[in-house]
Design a protein around this ligand. Structure first.
Ligand code: ZN
Length: 403
């Protein structure tokens, strides 16, 4: 692929964000940096601090045309970053204990600011409006304040986003047709029985044994009750009951999540888990309550926008690959309630540099060379979507962020 130079200060900014990660809903420093940069570029900044740290930057060309939202997320994960990647020591790591950019949102924020610079510089050659949308709290599913701010600016014709991808090589871009991230819903199952001495279980109702059967029943739902052509996951990730070795407790709990690419499959999984838990609990003389939260739909790429994004990737010199949908979930999906959307995956793996550990693991390390790929793709897509000024020649595809 073509090398795409990028301003040194954007690279420095990405490193600064990486060293100073902020957890979901706490991105005050990051949001301040973003707002200052957008204001420096002459964009109108829209914030609602009482609702969170999300902010928008509006680039209005003053000429009629379409409106495109460009979305980046800003938050880090509650993880301790490992000083090593897959090969050796990382060049630098988070300086904040218990917080780290292990999903690459530092790249998204910096890459979007780089695109904002580029597009601001060519404002006179564009028409319509660009809304740079910086989202708080994505990892915790809190990002509704960004979407709400954007929804108030209707009409928006489309929303574009980038997510770096450790599964794909640096220099590649994958834009999937249709569902590209899973929908998600998290659950907690609380099983109530009756305490008894471990030597006399017949005098109680054992919630641990009941919960264990519910766990096995739940694990059979995807393989026995969901069409094998559908991709779906039900995973229990914690299981707690009792506190000693000789006393059956009153209660046992477990938590987990559902993942699905079809909202109907998600609704089916939801109903089947409730049915399984209630039925098994009844058979054991216990009760089971299922509590739900964090429903997030799948991200579904609009076919026309996906084609435009693939064409934009090729213009920037990136290698377009087929890729595959991501089993992770993304609040980007919720923007689909406002307008059609497209989320592009930008590869960030490079075995030579030890980059390739999966996102959300402590050894995750993205090849920094994916930053200009992401920025160029964003700027090119925006140019192509908005088109040139009426009566003027369409802007030449810009692949170079060099000064
Ligand atoms: Zn992410």
């Amino acid at each position: 692929m073509n090398r795409i130079p990028i301003e040194d200060e954007i690279v420095a900014l990405r490193r600064d964000l990486h060293r100073h990660p902020e957890l979901s809903g706490q991105e005050t420093r990051t949001a301040g940096i973003v707002a200052a940069e957008l204001e420096r570029l002459g964009l109108k900044v829209i914030r609602a601090p009482e609702r969170g740290n999300s902010l928008l930057g509006v680039l209005d060309t003053g000429r009629p045309g379409r409106t495109l939202a460009l979305r980046a997320d800003m938050d880090a994960l509650p993880l301790q970053e490992n000083a090593c990647n897959l090969k050796g020591l990382k060049a630098f790591v988070s300086e904040i204990d218990g917080a780290a950019h292990m999903c690459g949102h530092d790249f998204h924020t910096a890459g979007m600011l780089a695109a904002a610079r580029r597009l601001s510089a060519m404002k006179e050659r564009l028409r319509g409006q660009l809304i740079f949308c910086f989202e708080s709290g994505e990892e915790m599913g809190l990002g509704d304040d960004a979407r709400a701010l954007l929804a108030e600016l209707k009409p928006v014709d489309a929303v574009f986003g980038v997510h770096v991808q450790a599964a794909f090589p640096c220099g590649t871009v994958a834009v999937i047709d249709g569902s590209c991230t899973t929908g998600c819903e998290t659950f907690a199952v609380k099983v109530r029985g009756k305490s008894a001495h471990g030597a006399t279980p017949h005098l109680g109702l054992d919630p641990i044994n009941c919960a264990a059967q519910i766990l096995c029943g739940a694990n059979a739902i995807v393989s026995r009750r969901v069409n094998a052509r559908e991709a779906a996951v039900l995973t229990v990730c914690n299981f707690h009951g009792g506190s000693t070795w000789n006393r059956i407790p009153d209660e046992c709990r477990m938590e987990g999540s559902l993942r699905f690419f079809s909202e109907q499959v998600g609704r089916d999984l939801h109903a089947l888990l409730e049915q399984t838990a209630a039925g098994i609990a009844m058979a054991d003389g216990c009760t089971a309550e299922v509590h739900w939260r964090n429903w997030c739909p799948p991200s579904v790429n609009d076919a026309a926008l996906a084609a435009l994004a693939r064409a934009a990737a090729e213009k920037t010199g990136a290698e377009a690959i087929a890729g595959e949908p991501w089993m992770a979930s993304e609040t980007f999906a919720r923007y689909r309630e406002i307008c059609p959307e497209v989320l592009a995956f930008v590869g960030c793996a490079n075995p030579d540099k030890g980059c390739g550990a999966p996102q959300h693991s402590d050894r995750f390390d993205a090849d920094e060379d994916c930053l200009p790929v992401s920025a160029a793709l964003t700027a090119q897509f925006a140019q192509d979507f908005l088109g040139g000024q009426k009566g003027a020649a369409m802007p030449r595809p810009e692949i170079c962020f060099a000064q």
